[in-house]
Each structure stands twice: as C-alpha cells, then as structure tokens.
Design a protein around this ligand. Structure first.
Ligand SMILES: [Fe+2]
Ligand SMILES: [Fe+2]
Length: 229
C-alpha cells in the first residue's frame, strides 16, 4: 500500500472526528497553521545555509507560500472561534528543528517532498469532504492550497533527483527519511505520553497524600501567637 493511500485512508477515518464540531474545526485549522509555520521556518533556515543561489531562491519562495498558508489557516480558525464567542489563538508560533543542518540537503529535500505529498493528499480529501458537507468556505480553503502543495511536491522531487540521481538513489533517500520520521514521531509521541503519565502519577500521589496531610494538621495544630525561644 502506498504512502498516499495510507494518508487518504487516515484522513477519511479521522475527518468525521476532527471536524465534528465548529470548535474542533477551529482547533484542527490552528494545528495546520502551526505546521505550515514550522515548514516556513525550516525553509528559511535551509535558505540561510544553502550554497546554491538558485536553490536558495526556491526555498525562500516556498517559505513565503507556507507563511501565507499559515496565515490563511489561522484566519479561518480565528473566524470560527469568534463565531463561537471565543477569542482566537492569535498568530501561530512554531519552532524550527534545523532539519536542513540535521539531514543534509538531499535528506531535507526528501523530507519536504514526503511532507508535501502527505499535505496535498490530505487537503485534496478535505476539499471533497467539505464540499459534501456544503461548507463552501472550507472547501475553497483546502482546494486553494492543493495546487501550491503540488508545486512544492514537484520541485522538491526535481531537486532531489537532480542531486541524488533518478530512480533508486532518490527512492532510497525517501525510504531513509521515512524511517527517520517514524522514529521522530515515535519519540514525540513518547514525550507527550511521558508528560501525561507524570501528570497522572503526581495527581494520584497528591490525592492519596491528602488524608495524611489533613490528619497531621488536625493532630498537630500549628502553635499560635509568640513562640518561646
Ligand atoms: Fe503549505
Ligand atoms: Fe507546501
């Protein structure tokens, strides 16, 4: 089963849950805004390190697209939040992991290409999903982004095959990056899980120590007034 098929099936399965209510849609759109912002930062960092003026220009143009996408998602999310009587989350603030420096240019291109293909597959499905629901604004939002993501997917593959060679060498780079990303996602999920487990354990500890703390207060009350030296 190809990556695109897995992404489409996951999008089909999760869309009814992720977009069940206006509040959930607003949250999901803001998560997309953060992801687009993160891409923009990675591309700017890549442009700062890249030695080729042509590729630097392509990364900077791509960064501008991702910045625009982040603003579009954040604006739609804010509109939904306001309609619900809630204040918007504001401008997305993501962080860069310096993936260009970590992965090298070919690895970075493979990573971006895979991410763009995933984004384009998801957005294509979401455009159809909102069309079926009669939500024209959201359908238009996702359809507008599909052609941009297709352009990003194409130029990154062109550059990757230009540096690595067509066929198997480029494919090997994509497989390697896929394995690297799976480990990265696993670690990120692990960090989130560790945080949740720590919170749960500390909550249990505090609740179980509460009777002891009350008993100590009752049986050994604090002395009041002046204390003798
Ligand atoms: Fe994007
Ligand atoms: Fe993109």
């Amino acid at each position: 089963m190809s990556d695109a098929t897995v992404t489409r099936i996951l999008a089909q399965l999760t869309a009814p849950i992720s977009f069940a209510t206006k509040a959930r849609i607003a949250k999901r759109l803001f998560v997309f805004a953060l992801a687009e912002q993160e891409s923009m930062l990675e591309l700017r960092a890549a442009a700062a390190l890249c030695e080729s003026p042509e590729r630097r220009a392509l990364y900077l143009r791509h960064a501008l697209d991702e910045e625009r996408h982040a603003a579009m998602f954040a604006a739609h999310s804010a509109e939904l939040r306001r309609a619900l009587g809630k204040s918007p989350w504001g401008a997305p603030r993501a962080a860069s992991e310096d993936l260009y420096a970590k992965l090298g240019e070919a690895g970075f291109l493979a990573f971006v290409h895979a991410g763009e293909r995933k984004g384009r597959t998801q957005f294509t499905y979401y455009a159809r999903y909102f069309e079926r629901r009669g939500e024209t604004k959201l359908r238009a939002l996702f359809s507008t982004l599909v052609s941009d993501e297709q352009g990003h997917e194409d130029y990154t593959l062109r550059l990757l095959t230009g540096t690595e060679g067509q066929g198997r060498p480029a494919q090997r780079k994509l497989w390697r990056v896929r394995a690297w990303e799976a480990v990265r996602m696993w670690r990120r999920a692990g960090q989130g899980l560790a945080g949740a487990v720590y919170f749960a354990m500390m909550s249990v500890l505090y609740v179980s120590l509460l009777p002891l703390s009350l008993w100590v207060r009752l049986t050994r009350p604090k002395p009041r007034g002046w204390l003798e030296p």
